[in-house]
Design a protein around this ligand. Structure first.
Ligand SMILES: C[S@@+](CC[C@H](N)C(=O)[O-])C[C@H]1O[C@@H](n2cnc3c(N)ncnc32)[C@H](O)[C@@H]1O
Length: 340
């Protein structure tokens, strides 16, 4: 299965992303003997094999469906098994752009963690670039190595189990960009500096959740001769699209009057006095639209005729959530010819 290319049809052994809804996706390894069950029904793998990627797949009883998607780094980030905190797309895309990554780039990364950003890096630098990634947790390194292999990325990624803060990277004069997602990136910065290709400009990014880490990182970057040190925070604001009815001022006034009349009626009922239907009608007849919405006084056809037109609006949350980490970027300057 390749994460850097596409194929048309689902085959035995493929990793398929089963898309049930925007918030509900899962991965399936195609096995003609297996069946996938979820709340929408039963899906036999053998019926998925041979289908085109992107197919809308009905469940066995025909009551539910899901889409069969080809894996991509974007989808993988949303479905991967979390072994650590991971990077998400907003930060990944920002980092990729600011590190100036492109096909052919040679990149250094630590720690590998769950391999979320590694997948995106690999696709960006393909087909001739290379990612050297380092993870000191043995089990995590082993699983990530297997995943890179299963996802057809072994030629693009070399993973090594190593404590980069204690032992460095063992790489000199080679890479164009460095990405550090470590608790103490400042301890790895001197070794990262050695890894940069000496004859060209390079970029480094350190990803840290706390501002105290950013301060230490900036000090170390400065002491090690990096320039253009900048820190960014990438916040996401979702826009929820919905429709709302458009009311005029007359509508609004009529609506208030109707509400008041209803309230009065309730109160009178509570007091044991029945209020006549006419009162409600006379309180609300200033508004054709509002009275049309009042089923106690209107026929269905009138509701349809006078219902207010709808307007598409986008609604944003009042609070902007989404701080994952601060991104500290800096530039590595090439060593002058006579310093080499
Ligand atoms: C937050 S995770 C990285 C997540 C990764 N960026 C992703 O998108 O999936 C940090 C990783 O750094 C590793 N790590 C911490 N200190 C390290 C060190 N000194 N050398 C190598 N890896 C280290 C941890 O084991 C952990 O897996």
């Amino acid at each position: 299965m390749s994460f850097i290319g596409y194929k048309k049809f689902v085959e035995e052994g493929d990793l398929v992303v089963a898309y049930l809804s925007r918030e509900n996706m899962t991965t399936l390894i195609m096995d003609s003997k297996a069946t996938y069950n979820n709340k929408f029904g039963t899906f036999k793998h053998k019926e998925m094999i041979g289908k085109q990627y992107g197919t809308k797949m009905p469940s066995h009883n025909g009551k539910g469906f899901m889409y069969l998607l080809h894996p991509t780094p974007e989808l993988w980030t949303q479905v991967l098994p979390h072994r650590t905190q991971i990077l998400y797309l907003a930060d990944i895309s920002f980092i990729t752009a600011y590190l100036d990554l492109k096909p052919g780039s040679i990149v250094l990364e630590s720690g590998t963690g769950s391999g979320s950003i590694s997948h995106s890096f690999a696709r960006t630098i393909a087909p001739h670039g290379h990612l050297y990634t380092f993870e000191y947790h043995e089990e995590r390194a082993k699983i990530a190595r297997q995943e890179f292999k299963d996802h057809g990325l072994s030629d693009l990624i070399t993973i090594e189990c190593r404590d980069v803060c204690k032992n460095g990277f063992g790489i000199t004069n080679k890479v164009h960009a460095v990405f550090l997602d470590l608790p103490a990136p400042w301890d790895a910065i001197p070794a990262a500096k050695e890894a940069f290709k000496r004859t060209r400009m390079g970029k480094i990014c350190c990803f840290s959740p706390c501002i105290e880490q950013v301060q230490k990182t900036c000090t170390s970057l400065n002491e090690n001769g990096f320039v253009e040190i900048k820190m960014f925070e990438c916040l996401l604001r979702y826009h929820e699209v919905k429709t709302i009815p458009i009311y005029t001022v007359t509508d609004a006034v009529a609506s208030i009057k109707t509400q008041q009349a209803k309230k009065r009626k309730r109160k009178e009922q509570e007091d044991g006095n029945e209020i006549s239907e006419e009162l409600i009608i006379s309180s609300s007849n200033n508004s054709n639209r509002e009275s049309a919405n009042n089923s106690s006084v209107s026929s269905n056809s009138k509701v349809k005729q006078d219902a207010p037109p709808n307007l598409y609006v986008s609604k944003t949350p009042t609070e902007t959530k989404g701080h994952t980490s601060y991104m500290t970027f800096a530039t590595y300057l090439p060593v002058l010819y006579d310093e080499q």
